[in-house]
Design a protein around this ligand. Structure first.
Ligand SMILES: Nc1ncnc2c1ncn2[C@@H]1O[C@H](COP(=O)(O)OP(=O)(O)OP(=O)(O)O)[C@@H](O)[C@H]1O
Ligand code: SF4
Ligand SMILES: [Mg+2]
Length: 366
């Protein structure tokens, strides 16, 4: 019998994903009547699918309330998803019992946006960082003390800070403590939920650089959540854009910034400031507010605000599939050519304008 480990396999072109999220949904019940009946729900996450490869950073971007944090938390089961599947390193996360889930949490960690509320004010920095070591029985006694000091050093803090308390530190330093806490259990994957949004601009780059150094040294994969496309431009390998609970575009960083195809992404990118004032872009102004996720628009959820010249009746009737418009470049728009939604299907839904390739160049490449 041949030992399976001795068989030489050709190296696959793309590695197996570390994390696979498929059709994830989280609906929060709201306004429930007596006995929980008769209420509606907030469709915070509504059919989200993506992969994260080992060692990769996937940026997750979109306006406030579009479901980014809920996606990150549902993956880790910090909140229970309504439906869908999450596979991490071959394990089905949503099927795990509490013991197996606790073990898996060692490999999947989270860094929160607010470094002020995410650290227990009554615990010393050393105790905060040490907690994971104890829970997962990774080290105890003097060995744990040594690991805590190493971790503090690794995130750019002095080892003697372990006796101090969170209120003694600045926002940037607290975020470093949060990073040390996440790293203590030697995870493979970290959800970074807007880790720099609450920090001064001058400190943001330092924390982003730290996360990048740690990724390189430890082979970490990140789901990096941000409001702003300019933040993920420097850290993400690929970027997923969310709107009203759905991923509407997903592409490599290069493709997304060079040729954004979903009209919503085009509008977001046109609003990113460019350093050279002479190269000022024409901003695509999004009209109207983001609709409520408890009552999302029919068809394409972006249709009330969309500027695509081929937008028509069919956009309000057909839910656009997230489909490949170019290799590895996924877009949810039935009017951005090519599309698998045929012209006959579109006409049957009231279409009058055929799909076309629309890139508002003045807004994006001025
Ligand atoms: N526990 C909850 N109960 C009811 N609705 C919720 C709950 N948590 C989140 N929501 C709603 O779900 C939607 C998505 O929220 P989420 O926090 O995931 O958005 P986000 O993209 O992270 O926003 P932000 O950029 O402001 O952090 C919002 O409409 C929010 O009000
Ligand atoms: S499907 Fe229609 S409304 Fe939606 S983004 Fe495309 S053109 Fe705009
Ligand atoms: Mg959030």
């Amino acid at each position: 019998m041949t030992a399976p480990h001795s068989v030489a396999h050709p190296r696959p072109l793309t590695p197996d994903p570390l994390l696979r999220v498929t059709d994830l949904r989280k609906y929060f019940p709201v306004g429930t009547g007596l006995f929980g009946r008769g209420g509606s729900s907030v469709k915070a996450v509504d059919g989200v699918s993506f992969d994260v490869l080992p060692g990769e950073t996937l940026g997750l971007v979109g306006e406030s309330g579009c479901g980014k944090s809920t996606t990150g938390r549902a993956i880790l089961r910090l909140i229970e998803p309504t439906s869908g599947s999450v596979t991490f390193a071959g394990q089905s996360v949503l099927d795990l019992g509490s013991t197996a889930l606790r073990q898996l949490r060692r490999q999947m960690q989270i860094i929160f946006q607010d470094p002020f509320s995410s650290l227990n004010p009554r615990m010393s920095v050393g105790a905060i960082v040490r907690e994971g070591l104890t829970i997962h029985r990774l080290a105890e006694g003097a060995e744990a003390d040594k690991r805590v000091k190493q971790l503090l050093q690794e995130v750019g803090l002095r080892p003697e800070y372990s006796n101090r308390y969170p209120h003694e530190f600045s926002g940037g330093q607290r975020q470093r403590i949060g990073i040390a806490r996440a790293l203590a259990v030697e995870p493979k994957f970290i959800v970074c939920d807007e880790p720099v949004s609450a920090l001064d601009v001058s400190v943001q780059a330092q924390v982003v650089n730290l996360l990048q150094d740690l990724q390189r040294d430890r082979g970490l994969a990140y789901l990096f959540i941000a409001h702003d496309l300019s933040v993920v431009e420097h850290i993400a390998d690929r970027v997923a854009v969310m709107y009203l609970g759905k991923v509407v575009e997903l592409a490599t960083r290069e493709d997304l910034y060079r040729e954004p195809l979903m009209p919503y992404t085009q509008a977001l990118l046109s609003a990113v400031p460019v350093p050279n004032p002479a190269a000022r872009r024409d901003r695509i102004v999004l009209t109207g507010d983001v609709p409520s996720p408890s009552n999302p628009p029919s068809g394409c959820v972006f249709h009330p605000r969309c500027h695509h010249p081929a937008k028509d009746e069919a956009c309000a009737r057909i839910v656009p599939p997230l489909e490949e418009k170019a290799p590895g470049h996924l877009v949810a728009c039935i009017k951005q050519a090519p599309t698998t939604v045929t012209w006959e299907q579109q006409q049957a839904a009231g279409a009058t304008r055929p799909p076309e390739r629309y890139l508002p160049l003045a807004a994006l490449h001025a």
